[in-house]
Design a protein around this ligand. Structure first.
Ligand code: A2P
Length: 272
């Protein structure tokens, strides 16, 4: 019997099966150092809005290169969204920033995290304090109906160095008003408080300074922090987390956890 040999000009790409591979469906570059992307979501992948998960690519040594990323999409979304910095010499983000629609990345199956509704006692008002990419878990939580069922008022603060770094969050907040699911729920409840520290914008300065001076309460027309009514979630740099924790504790709020819900919870913004 003759063996049939087919010759083509196209070199055959080696197929390396990625473990837990998902396909990239969208990529948006916001600045030279910030981008967001969406990937397919396995039917079995469940998470609570605000949680993070390990994602990544196959490293040059053939081993998975994974980092913790907050899931920026809400739990009802058919896909998963992530918001990332680009670090030029970062082991993962130096590569991840070049992903394109159709590429695959690794998604580990077990999401975890402290910025979840279960970790907070019921209250009247919730503060979401973010700096930089620490906005990601709140991008999920502000799209979750539970946030609006649980609280009368949601104060979303985002402090960045420059105006362009606020854009992902600003566009998301704007788009929510037109969202069929969330639009009606958020009306009058969601108060967005963006500030910049190194470029001129309508509201300037660190949110921590605005809390200390009372400027944020004045601008939003709300009373100062009160442990009887106010809850908070914090996600940013180590410095922000430490400074906000001090401010919240001085106001009488206590740090909680999944197993022991209290008045506030903290998570560091992960560097991809
Ligand atoms: P600043 O420009 O005054 O340092 P970074 O890019 O360094 O992660 O910072 C992101 C944003 O978070 C910046 O606007 C920065 O302000 C602000 N920031 C950094 N540390 C703190 C802190 N301890 N408290 C409040 N805001 C902070």
């Amino acid at each position: 019997m003759n063996e049939q040999v087919t010759v083509t000009d196209t070199p055959v790409k080696p197929v390396k099966a990625l473990p837990n591979a998902q396909t990239v469906t969208a990529v948006t570059h916001w600045t030279d150092s910030l981008f967001s992307f969406r990937v397919t979501r396995p039917a079995s992948f469940r998470f609570r809005s605000g949680e993070f998960v390990m994602i990544g690519l196959m490293g040059d040594n053939g081993k998975p290169l994974l980092r913790a990323y907050s899931i920026a999409s809400p739990s009802w979304d058919e896909e998963l969204e992530f918001y990332s910095i680009k670090v030029q010499d970062g082991p993962l983000t130096s590569k991840l920033q070049h992903i394109k629609v159709g590429d695959e990345l690794i998604l580990r199956p077990k999401p975890v995290g402290t910025l979840v509704h279960d970790a907070l006692l019921p209250g009247k008002r919730v503060y979401f304090f973010a700096t930089g990419t620490g906005f990601a878990p709140f991008a999920s939580l502000i799209r979750d109906p539970e946030t609006y069922e649980k609280f009368d008022e949601i104060i979303l603060t985002h402090t960045c160095r420059e105006v362009a770094e606020l854009e992902y969050g600003r566009q998301l907040v704007e788009s929510l008003e037109a969202d069929p699911l969330i639009g009606e729920m958020i009306e009058g409840k969601l108060k967005y408080y963006p500030t910049t520290t190194r470029e001129e914008s309508p509201v300037m300065g660190r949110v921590t300074d605005h809390l200390k001076s009372g400027e944020i309460f004045e601008r939003l027309g709300i009373p100062p922090l009160d442990p009887a009514t106010d809850r908070a979630m914090v996600c940013g740099s180590m410095g922000l987390n430490k400074d906000i924790t001090e401010i919240l504790e001085a106001a009488g709020l206590r740090e909680g956890a999944n197993s022991e819900p209290k008045e506030f919870v903290v998570e560091k913004a992960f560097v991809g």
